[in-house]
Design a binder for this molecule. Structure first.
Ligand SMILES: NC(=O)c1ccc[n+]([C@@H]2O[C@H](COP(=O)([O-])OP(=O)(O)OC[C@H]3O[C@@H](n4cnc5c(N)ncnc54)[C@H](OP(=O)(O)O)[C@@H]3O)[C@@H](O)[C@H]2O)c1
Length: 309
């Protein structure tokens, strides 16, 4: 029986491993994506025991949600946890808009594309620079009262913006950048979130593929925006150690990484993205990895230099 988690103060309960879908229909963000692959990624994940699908209007300007709406036909909606996000305004060059009217309409539009009558989580994808955050959250809370949303999330909000958004204790979940090689949220966000019963969902958990172990020394350039040459070398060296743990479990490095996030009590759900169905199937096998406490600690230690000093 897979371990489950409850999202914030809501009644949304889900397994700790989900699916990220920015490469399902996200043609505006990534080149050479194929919708057939995207549909297969979603179905493969669901067929392998994944419940949470994390999407957004921004992934293909609705196309990701549309594909997911198609892919989930024939599955039991009650067993799927649909999380989507909006804020980028197509009428304002995709600048973030948190205006209550805009968010209310964005929720209705997402419901149509996803072919469902409720969203398990709706996140305000990005803060704008004008709307009072509590007012923005109230718009989502009104959609919750109307039965259209079950849990309220914010994404890419600073701690101060989260506090403003959570004035009335209505925020259930925060999604932000976090991985073993990007650990700032441990100090900046986790203490407040824990104190206020707000769940945390990290994005880029595999550092965009780097933490699968599929890259080598020649790939440093691909990651130079995020990691210095020294940091890149350090990550590859740490991954070689993780490979030993993976061997002991007859697992892949990616599966071990995902098992680490699932064992981490500060993380509600880990949502690795997948471009191809075989990646989704392989990642789902992390559900079978039972990481020992000592292994969890040694992975924590291997990446300790990425903790905020
Ligand atoms: N809230 C936000 O602002 C925000 C921002 C970013 C992402 N997100 C969400 O978070 C999710 C996760 O982030 P992410 O997908 O960008 O990054 P990620 O999970 O760190 O990396 C996913 C990428 O790694 C590669 N990969 C995954 N599994 C693999 C495997 N088993 N073997 C080899 N390669 C594998 C794939 O890319 P290639 O095959 O192309 O190498 C895949 O697209 C997204 O899908 C999205 O739903 C949210």
């Amino acid at each position: 029986m897979a371990i489950t988690t409850t999202i914030g103060k809501s009644h949304v309960i889900t397994g700790k491993l989900g699916l990220g879908t920015n490469k399902v229909g996200g043609h505006n963000l990534f080149p050479n994506l194929h919708d057939e692959d995207g549909l297969a990624v979603v179905k493969t994940a669901l067929d392998h025991g994944i419940e949470m699908l994390d999407t957004a209007y921004m992934y293909g300007l609705g196309q990701s949600e549309t594909l997911i709406g198609q892919a989930i036909q024939g599955y039991d909606r009650a067993k799927i946890v649909l999380a989507t996000k909006a804020a980028q305004d197509p009428h304002q060059d995709l600048k973030p808009n948190n205006d209550p009217k805009f968010l209310t309409q964005a929720i209705d539009d997402a419901l149509l594309r996803l072919k469902t009558d409720y969203l398990d989580i709706f996140y305000i994808h990005f803060p704008d620079d004008k709307t009072d955050k509590a007012e923005a959250v109230n718009a989502v809370a009104n959609a919750r009262k109307a039965g259209k949303v079950r849990a309220i999330g914010v994404s890419n909000f600073s701690l101060d913006q989260i506090k403003e958004a959570n004035q009335d204790d209505q925020v259930d979940v925060v999604e932000d950048h976090y991985s073993l090689v990007h650990r700032d949220a441990e100090t900046t966000l986790f203490p407040y979130l824990k104190e206020h019963q707000i769940s945390f969902v990290p994005y880029f958990p595999l550092a965009s593929g780097l933490l699968t172990g599929k890259y080598g020394p020649d790939d440093a350039d691909k990651f130079k925006k995020r990691f210095s040459a020294d940091e890149f070398k350090e990550i590859l060296a740490a991954l070689r150690e993780v490979d030993g743990i993976a061997d002991a479990h007859q697992a892949t490095i990616a599966q071990i990484m995902l098992a680490w996030y699932m064992k981490n009590p500060d993380i509600a759900v880990v949502i690795p993205g997948a471009r191809l169905p075989e990646q989704a199937a392989s990642n789902a096998k992390a559900l079978d990895v039972d990481l020992r406490d000592a292994e969890y600690e040694s992975i924590n230690e291997l990446f300790k230099n990425f903790k905020t000093k």
